[in-house]
Design a protein around this ligand. Structure first.
Ligand SMILES: Nc1ncnc2c1ncn2[C@@H]1O[C@H](COP(=O)(O)OP(=O)(O)OP(=O)(O)O)[C@@H](O)[C@H]1O
Length: 607
C-alpha cells in the first residue's frame, strides 16, 4: 500500500509522462491528418466511367472520410486528456474519500478539479462533479448516500481527507469530520482578494452543494446573504451543468446575465480554472438589444416601458381588430378568447396562408395599437415583448440561463425572461436586501408555470466575524440569521473628518492586497479619481476590475465585488440615510471588505 506522498509522486510522474506522450501523439495525428488530406487531393479525380468504377470511387471517398473521422476522434480524446493532465499537474487532487459499500472492501476515491483516466481506463482522479463526490460534500463521515443514474446509493464514509498540494509536494493533510472550524476553508478565506473571483471546488459547503447539484426543478431561485457565495455557487453550477449534460451541451449553450462589464471581467477565469470554456456573459440591456435586432427592432431604451400593462392586456379579450392586422386573420378565433390566444392563432393562420410580412417589426401599426389601448406610446421594447409573446419566439440557443444580482431586475425583466426562456433551465441568485433603489419584485411569482426550487444561503464566508456582525445590522429581519465562519478580526472603524490619505496610512495594508474606496455616487468617484490618479477607477461600462492597490468606484459598481480593505467615503451622505433603501445601501457598502472596514463620515480634502 502506497503512502499518500508516494501516491502523489506516482500520479505526478504519470501526468508529466502523459503530457509528453500526448503532445507527441497530437503532433503525429496532425501530420497523419495532413497526409490523408493530401492523398484525398491527389486521389480526388472522380472515376465515374462505369457503374463499378463509380461504386469504387464512392467506396474510396467513404473510406477516406472514415479515416478522417477516426483521426478527429483520436485527436479530440488526446487533446482532452492533455488539457486535463495539464490542469491537474499543479494540484492532482484536493480530497480523498474511503467508502464502504457494505462489502467490507473499502474503496478509495481521489477527487480533483477534473477527472483523469489512464490509458488502461483506470480512474486515477474522480471529477468533483461525479456522483460519488457528493458524499465528500456531505461534509461528514459515517452513513450517507449519493445519487447516481437516478438511484440512491447508500454508503459509509470511513475517512474524508483534504489535501494542500503544490505540484509533487504534499503540503498539508487534513482529516475532516465536519464543516465546523474547517481549517482548509478558513485558510482559503484568509487569502488576499486582489484580482478576480476564484473557484471554490475544494471547500464547497453543504448548503452550497445542494444548489450546485439541484437537478429536479426548472428554476432554482437562491436568496443568499452578502458574501454567502452566490456568485461562486452560480459559476460552480455552470461547470456542474456542463458536466451533467456533457454529451449535448457546450459552453455556448449557457448564458450568464451580469449587472455590468466590470462584473463580467471579475468572474472571468473561474470556469477556465475548472477546465471549462468561458461561457457567454451579457448584461440584460445587451441581450434585449441582440434579440431586438433579430426581430428587426432597435431597442436601446428599456425605461418607460409598459410590459406589466401589456402582460395584463394579453390575458384579456380584445374586440376590435388590432391596428395593422388583417380582419380575416383576427376573425379566425372566438371574440371572447384572450388577446394573446387570438394573436398567436392569427400568426399561425397567416403563416399557413403565406401572408406573413417580410419585416415582422412592421407587422402591426404600433402607434394606432397604442391608441386603441389608450397608451401614450408603445416603445420598441414594448413592441419586442408583444412580438415575442405572439410569435412564441424562443431563445433556443440557450439551454441554461444564469442570473446574478437578481434583486436589481424589475418586473419587466422577469416578464421578458420568462417569455424568452420558457424551455431553458434557470438559476437565479440574488439578495433582496442589496436592492439599491426601489422595491425588488417577488421573482417566484413570474415562474408559476415552471417547477421552482427556492433555496437560501445564510452563512457569510467573505468577511471577518466583526465585519459580518457589522453589516448584518442593516439586514432587517435577517440580522439574527446571518452567520459568520471567520474569526472576529479587527473591529470596523468610523473616522470623522479624516482625509483619505491618513486613513490609508493607518490601515494594515500588505503588499499585493486590494483596497476598495467606495463613494455614494459616480460624481464623487470621478472627483476622487482626479485627486487620486494612482487608484484604479472602476466604472460600470469600463474594462477595469479589482486589482492589487487602490480601487475606486461608486457603490453600484462595487456590488458583487470584494476587497481586502474597504473604505466607505462620505458615510453620512443622505444617499445612505434614505428611509426606504438607506439600510440596503449601507448593507452592500459594509459587506465589501474581507479584513478591514473603515467608514469615513467626512472625507475632507485630499492631497
Ligand atoms: N465554500 C467556499 N469556499 C471558499 N471560499 C468561499 C466559499 N464560499 C464563498 N467563498 C468566498 O466568499 C467570498 C464571497 O463569495 P461570493 O462573491 O460568491 O458571494 P456573494 O453571495 O455573491 O456575495 P455578494 O452578494 O455580497 O456579492 C468569495 O471570496 C468566495 O470565494
Amino acid at each position: 500500500m502506497l503512502t499518500e506522498t508516494q501516491h502523489l509522486h506516482k500520479l505526478y510522474q504519470q501526468f508529466q509522462h502523459d503530457i509528453a506522450t500526448l503532445t507527441t501523439q497530437l503532433a503525429d495525428l496532425s501530420t497523419e491528418a495532413k497526409q490523408v488530406k493530401r492523398q484525398l487531393g491527389t486521389d480526388g479525380h472522380l472515376d465515374l466511367g462505369t457503374y463499378t468504377e463509380t461504386l469504387d470511387t464512392f467506396a474510396s471517398i467513404e473510406a477516406n472520410n472514415r479515416q478522417i473521422d477516426t483521426l478527429n476522434t483520436r485527436a479530440q480524446t488526446a487533446a482532452t486528456r492533455l488539457a486535463h493532465a495539464k490542469l491537474l499537474l499543479p494540484q492532482a487532487y484536493f480530497a480523498k474519500l474511503q467508502l464502504d459499500y457494505g462489502d467490507d472492501d473499502p474503496e478509495a476515491y481521489h477527487l480533483g478539479k477534473v477527472g483523469y483516466i489512464d490509458a488502461q481506463a483506470n480512474d486515477l482522479v474522480y471529477d468533483w462533479r461525479a456522483p460519488v463526490a457528493d458524499a465528500y460534500y456531505a461534509n461528514r463521515t459515517g452513513a450517507t448516500s449519493y445519487q447516481a443514474n437516478g438511484r440512491d446509493i447508500p454508503v459509509t464514509v470511513l475517512a474524508r481527507q483534504q489535501f494542500v498540494i503544490d505540484h509533487d509536494q504534499l503540503l498539508q493533510v487534513v482529516n475532516t469530520q465536519s464543516a465546523i472550524g474547517d481549517p482548509l476553508l478558513l485558510a482559503v478565506l484568509a487569502e488576499n482578494r486582489s484580482g478576480g473571483l476564484q473557484e471554490i471546488t475544494a471547500t464547497i459547503q453543504q448548503e452550497q452543494n445542494a444548489i450546485i447539484r439541484e437537478s429536479t426543478h426548472q428554476v432554482v431561485l437562491v436568496d443568499g446573504v452578502a458574501g454567502s457565495g452566490k456568485t461562486s455557487v452560480l459559476l460552480q453550477r455552470v461547470a456542474y451543468q456542463l458536466y451533467r449534460h456533457r454529451d449535448t451541451w457546450t459552453s455556448a449553450d449557457i448564458l450568464i446575465l451580469t449587472p455590468n462589464t466590470a462584473f463580467s471581467r471579475y468572474i472571468r477565469g473561474v470556469l477556465p480554472a475548472l477546465g471549462e470554456a468561458e461561457p457567454l456573459t451579457s448584461t440584460y440591456a445587451n441581450l434585449i438589444q441582440a434579440v431586438g435586432t433579430r426581430l428587426g427592432l432597435t431597442v436601446t431604451n428599456l425605461a418607460d416601458n409598459h410590459l406589466a400593462t401589456l402582460d395584463r392586456l394579453l390575458q384579456q379579450p380584445f374586440l376590435p381588430t388590432p391596428a395593422g392586422l388583417s380582419p380575416q386573420a383576427y376573425a379566425q378565433t372566438d371574440s371572447q378568447d384572450s388577446f394573446l390566444n387570438r394573436m398567436q392563432h392569427a400568426w399561425r393562420w397567416l403563416t399557413a396562408m403565406q401572408q406573413l410580412p417580410a419585416d415582422v417589426s412592421h407587422w402591426l401599426d404600433w402607434d394606432a395599437l397604442a391608441a386603441q389601448w389608450h397608451l401614450a406610446t408603445l416603445t420598441t421594447y414594448d413592441q419586442l415583448y408583444l412580438l415575442i409573446k405572439i410569435t412564441n419566439y424562443q431563445q433556443t440557443t440557450t439551454a441554461a440561463l444564469f442570473v446574478d444580482e437578481a434583486q436589481d431586475y424589475d418586473a419587466d425583466t422577469w416578464l421578458m425572461l420568462q417569455a424568452l426562456f420558457t424551455k431553458a433551465q434557470l438559476t437565479i441568485v440574488g439578495d433582496h436586501r442589496q436592492r439599491l433603489t426601489g422595491q425588488a419584485p417577488d421573482i417566484a411569482a413570474y415562474f408559476t408555470n415552471q417547477t421552482i426550487q427556492p433555496l437560501q444561503l445564510t452563512t457569510s464566508y467573505r468577511a471577518t466575524g466583526a465585519i459580518t456582525t457589522y453589516f448584518a445590522q442593516f439586514a432587517g429581519d435577517w440580522q439574527s440569521r446571518i452567520k459568520a465562519v471567520q474569526a472576529n478580526g479587527l473591529t470596523p472603524q468610523t473616522v470623522t473628518t479624516a482625509d483619505l490619505k491618513s486613513v490609508l496610512d493607518q490601515l494594515p495594508i500588505q503588499n499585493g492586497q486590494s483596497v476598495g474606496i467606495i463613494t455614494p455616487n459616480q460624481a464623487s468617484a470621478d472627483t476622487l479619481a482626479t485627486q487620486f490618479p494612482i487608484a484604479h477607477h472602476l466604472t460600470a461600462a469600463g474594462h477595469q476590475t479589482v486589482q492589487p492597490g487602490l480601487n475606486l468606484m461608486a457603490l453600484p459598481v462595487a456590488k458583487g465585488l470584494e476587497f481586502d480593505h474597504a473604505i466607505i467615503v462620505d458615510w453620512t451622505n443622505p444617499y445612505y440615510l434614505d428611509t426606504e433603501t438607506g439600510d440596503h445601501r449601507r448593507y452592500v457598502a459594509t459587506s465589501r471588505g474581507t479584513k478591514t472596514l473603515t467608514l469615513i463620515t467626512d472625507s475632507g480634502p485630499i492631497d
